[in-house]
Each structure stands twice: as structure tokens, then as C-alpha cells.
Design a protein around this ligand. Structure first.
Ligand code: HEC
Ligand code: HEC
Length: 493
């Protein structure tokens, strides 16, 4: 990859190599298995440091640095999710900058007037990664007034996609081709009464799909709405040791605490092997690379070596789409997005730092932290992990991190279910909470949960059901000042 970089950078990298700085390359993408290579004393250290705290009188050591040494230390306002890991290597930083430009690039359709006809579409939802991951944070929810924000509707028929429309409804198309449909989200108010008679009005979304280009959706097809999640700390997540996640699983709730998280095993499109899903609201992807390649295919309509179909999500029932010209250029290889480009995008997405916490020592924040633990939120929003130790983990090597997630699937009840009749309909992966307090700063508004229906953190908690029902009820039963303290803790994350 390095010979594609500008000469001055190559020169600089050579100088760095001469100075014998290791790890110029990019962090490895493999999700590591077990910790067999640590000594008994080191294992004990990891165990001790990841124990949940019982002391809420003062902040824990290193708590203010949720990404360990990768943490962004400065306050950066709306650019809080736009900086690389603080300890990134020189080579890593250059890849980050190039990857960032590609993440923000507006792809164009083939044939275009320039030589670089990218091959956008033919069907797509957006022309750039950054159109949905706004300032590398989450997507914008529909406003209920006709602005659909950056919501996408995934289509599932059991374990499969819709036979005609594929795995996702594309609401845009290249010139001369009809988009698959238009969507319109409307909200219904759902009043909820809290213990102290405060009334909160939640909003429940409903989706109207009109103008379907190829007739109705399949009779078995269900719509699953998704909003882009924030992009911070994803490289660290990839380096969480699999056996640490397995230790948190309890699919049959043998310990009887009402929480039965499970790993979602998915197929790696490259090796064909079963791997643990870590990314996406339903943990459908195991690596940043495969998630990014799937975004190129389904969201933008571009082929990669992982998903080589040039027409992305078009199916055999959409010949008008399949016939359109594609943008693969023989001198760059058989696909529209060459591996070099995918690697740079992956390096960028995996390299974005988690910002440091604010106000960790504040009395109200500490009180809220205690309530967060007391209400049982940490059964799923697991405070800390220690990442894989090994040079191949690059900047993410052996870090104490605080994602507040177990990355497992949980039954979240009917209120959040996306239909479909399968077990998976009610299940969602616990999202990490690091950086969540900066959502409004980065996005300009709050919209939480997989479809952005919650406008505030309070609303997000009140939608919790299923396994999380007792935790939600504990929150709803709190006196107002306690609820405010718990929210203050979330805002400090
Ligand atoms: C049309 C909107 C849209 C575009 C464009 C888009 N994404 Fe996403 N992205 C999403 C949604 C929605 C999800 C959640 C998917 C799910 O839950 O299955 C997501 C999830 C992800 C994730 C997993 C994040 C996590 O924490 O689990 C990564 C990584 C990602 N996208 C990278 C990219 C890259 C790279 C691009 C450009 C090639 C891109 N995305 C373009 C909407 C988009
Ligand atoms: C049984 C597991 C579980 C428990 C217990 C739980 N959560 Fe969650 N939490 C989840 C899942 C899963 C989601 C995502 C649901 C969705 O998007 O539909 C979520 C989402 C959230 C979100 C929104 C995150 C985002 O990125 O949009 C917040 C905030 C949150 N939880 C806070 C809490 C708090 C506070 C508590 C304790 C009162 C709690 N959770 C208890 C599993 C849990």
C-alpha cells in the first residue's frame, strides 16, 4: 500500500523506520481468541482491573480515559469524533488522513465525465460514508415531517433478504433509473408516567413505503429501520478478547438474573468461517473491514473484493439495475473499490479516538454512576475490558477501555422489536455508551436507539423492555433528582 502514498510521506516514513520505531503498519483486523499467552500474574492483573467497582466516593483510576492511551485528551466541540488515537503511529496517522478523505468522498456514477468513473449505485442510499455517519457520529433521525434524515430500512425475510428488493431499500438511484421506493416516517406519541407523576411523551415510529418500483415487498418481508451508529473506538472493540465476551454470555440465564446475553455468530465473507459479530445494531458484522465493505455494497452500491457484485444490492429481478455500466477499471483491479481504498477507509474508521470524559469527580456524576450500577444497567452496559496484548493490535494493544457494553444480543422486548417473527426481531446488541454525552455537541441534536426514536437519554432508557425491563423500571421509579444524577453520569461519558 505504501507506494501509493505521496513521495514526501514515503520519505518521512522511511526516516521513521530508520529511527527504529516499530508498528508503522495498520492495526491487525483479526479478532483475537483467548488469552493463553499471558502469565498467571498478568491474567490476575487483568481480572482485578476489570472488576466492577463498589466505591462511588471518588472516580476510579483511569476512568477519565475511556480509550486508554488512545483517548483524545483535548476538548474538540463538534469535532469530538474526528481525531485519531492519541498514541497512533506515524504511518497510522497518514493512513487515517487518507482514509478520512475517502470516508468523506462523494462517489459518482459510471460512466462519468472524468476518467475515474467510480461506479456509484446503480441503487444507493447515500453518496458518501459521512452522509450518514455525521461528523463520524450517528445518523440523523427522521423528523416526522417528511425529512427522512439518514435512516435506512433493512429488509429481512426470515434469515434471508427480500427476493426482489434485496437486503435494504435503496431510496436513490443513478440518473435514468427508478429508486426502489420512497419512505415516510411518522411518529405516534406514547405517554409514560414516572413515579413522581412526571409525564414523558415518547414517540413510536411507523414507516410508510410508497412507489415500490417492482411491485409489493415479499409476503414474508419485514422492515428493520437502522440509523448509523457513532464511529468512535471501533478499533478497540475489534481487539476485545473473544473469551472475555464468551465469559459474559448466559443464553439460558443459568444464573437466574433475568439477563441472557448471547454472542451472535456470523459468517466472515472472506474466510467463510463462523465469527463473533461485534458491529451493527444486531451484531451482524465481525470486523470493521467487512462492515465497511458491506456499506460500500448496500449503502453506496460499490463492489469490493468481499462483495464483488458491481450492482450492489440489485437482485436478478431488477434487470434494469443490473444492466447499468459499472465503474471497475482494469488497471486498478476487478472491483470498483480496490483493496487499498478499503484498507485506508478501514484504518480511518478503526482509528477514531474516544474522547476523554468530563466531570468524572463531580458529586452528582458519582451519585449517578452509583445509581447506574444499582439499577442493573451494568449487566449489559459492562464498564471495562482489557484489549488483546500483541504488537499486531497497534495503538489498541493491551489497553484498559471503558465502552459500557458487553457486545452481546439481548431480548429488549416488543416495544423495540422490528417484527419478523424470529427470535432476532426482539434482540439488539448492547451499544457502547462511551462518548454518548457528546452526541448533541457533535450532531446538534439527540437521537438515540437503533432507529433514533429517543430524543433524549431519558427516553432511550424508558424504551428498554424485555431483559432490561427491571432496570428501566428502577429508573422510572427514581425520584427526579436521582434520575437527573443518572443522566448527568451518562452525559459525562
Ligand atoms: C445510508 C447510510 C449509511 C452510509 C452511506 C454508510 N453507513 Fe455505515 N452504518 C449505517 C447504519 C444504518 C449502520 C448500522 C447497521 C446495522 O445495524 O446493521 C452502520 C454501521 C456502520 C459500522 C458499524 C458501527 C458500529 O458501531 O457497529 C461501520 C464500521 C460503518 N457503518 C462504516 C461505514 C463506512 C466505512 C461507510 C462508507 C463506505 C458507511 N458506513 C456508509 C449507515 C450508513
Ligand atoms: C438487558 C440489557 C440492557 C440493560 C439492563 C440496559 N440496557 Fe441500555 N441498551 C441495551 C440495548 C440492547 C440497547 C439498544 C436498543 C435499541 O437500540 O433498540 C440499549 C440502549 C441504551 C441507550 C442508547 C444508546 C444509543 O447509542 O443510542 C442508553 C442511553 C442506555 N441503553 C442506557 C441504559 C441505562 C441507563 C440502563 C439502566 C437503567 C440500561 N441502559 C440498561 C441493553 C441494556
Amino acid at each position: 500500500m505504501r507506494d501509493r502514498w505521496p513521495v514526501t510521506w514515503r520519505h518521512a516514513i522511511t526516516l521513521v523506520l530508520i529511527a527504529a520505531v516499530p508498528a508503522v503498519g495498520l492495526a491487525a483486523a483479526s479478532a483475537p481468541g483467548a488469552r493463553g499467552h499471558l502469565s498467571a500474574a498478568e491474567l490476575e492483573r487483568v481480572r482485578a482491573v476489570t472488576q466492577p467497582t463498589a466505591d462511588f466516593s471518588k472516580p476510579e483510576r483511569f476512568e477519565a480515559m475511556p480509550g486508554g492511551a488512545t483517548t483524545l485528551r483535548k476538548a474538540a466541540g463538534r469535532k469530538s469524533f474526528s481525531f485519531p488515537a492519541a498514541n497512533i503511529s506515524f504511518g497510522g496517522r497518514e493512513a487515517f488522513v487518507l482514509g478520512e478523505a475517502l470516508f468523506e468522498k462523494l462517489w459518482v456514477s459510471a460512466p462519468a465525465s472524468t476518467k475515474a468513473s467510480d461506479g456509484l449505485g446503480p441503487l444507493f442510499n447515500a453518496r458518501a460514508c459521512s452522509s450518514c455517519h455525521i461528523r463520524n457520529g450517528r445518523g440523523l433521525a427522521p423528523d416526522g415531517q417528511g425529512n427522512e434524515g439518514s435512516l435506512i430500512l433493512a429488509l429481512t425475510a426470515g434469515a434471508k433478504a427480500d427476493p426482489v428488493y434485496g437486503g435494504q431499500l435503496q431510496t436513490r438511484a443513478v440518473q435514468g433509473l427508478k429508486a426502489e421506493a420512497t419512505t415516510r416516517t411518522v411518529y405516534e406519541a406514547v405517554p409514560v408516567r414516572l413515579a413522581d407523576v412526571t409525564e414523558v411523551r415518547l414517540r413510536r415510529p411507523a414507516y410508510n413505503v410508497a412507489g415500490l418500483a417492482h411491485g409489493p415487498l415479499g409476503s414474508q418481508t419485514w422492515i428493520s429501520p437502522r440509523l448509523a451508529p457513532p464511529m468512535i473506538g471501533l478499533g478497540l472493540v475489534e481487539q476485545i478478547v473473544l473469551s472475555d465476551l464468551q465469559a459474559l454470555e448466559d443464553p439460558h440465564d443459568l444464573d437466574g438474573d433475568g439477563i441472557s446475553g448471547r454472542i451472535r455468530w456470523v459468517v466472515d465473507p472472506e474466510s467463510g468461517k463462523k465469527v463473533a459479530g461485534r458491529y451493527g445494531w444486531k451484531a451482524s458484522r465481525h470486523s470493521i473491514r467487512s462492515q465497511s465493505a458491506s456499506a460500500f455494497a448496500n449503502d453506496i452500491g460499490l463492489s469490493t473484493t468481499l462483495f464483488p457484485a458491481h450492482a450492489g444490492d440489485c437482485t436478478p429481478f431488477q434487470p434494469d439495475c443490473l444492466e447499468r455500466p459499472h465503474g471497475a477499471q482494469p488497471h486498478l483491479g476487478p472491483v470498483e473499490v480496490p483493496d487499498t481504498v478499503l484498507e485506508l477507509v478501514t484504518a480511518f474508521v478503526g482509528g477514531i479516538a474516544v474522547p476523554k470524559r468530563r466531570d468524572v469527580g463531580d458529586a452528582q456524576v458519582l451519585e449517578g454512576k452509583k445509581l447506574f450500577y444499582g439499577a442493573g444497567c451494568t449487566s449489559c452496559h459492562r464498564p471495562k475490558f482489557v484489549t488483546w496484548r500483541g504488537k499486531e493490535a497497534g495503538a489498541n494493544n493491551f489497553q484498559l477501555i471503558w465502552p459500557y457494553s458487553d457486545f452481546l444480543l439481548h431480548d429488549m422486548g416488543d416495544g423495540l422489536a422490528d417484527g419478523g417473527g424470529t427470535e432476532l426481531a426482539r434482540e439488539w446488541r448492547t451499544p457502547p455508551l462511551w462518548g454518548i454525552g457528546l452526541t448533541e455537541t457533535v450532531l446538534g441534536q439527540g437521537n438515540y436507539l437503533h432507529d433514533g426514536r429517543a430524543r433524549t437519554l431519558e427516553e432511550a432508557i424508558l424504551w428498554h423492555g424485555g431483559e432490561a425491563r427491571p432496570a428501566r423500571d428502577a429508573f422510572a421509579a427514581m425520584a427526579k433528582d436521582r434520575r437527573i444524577a443518572l443522566i448527568a453520569f451518562l452525559k459525562s461519558l
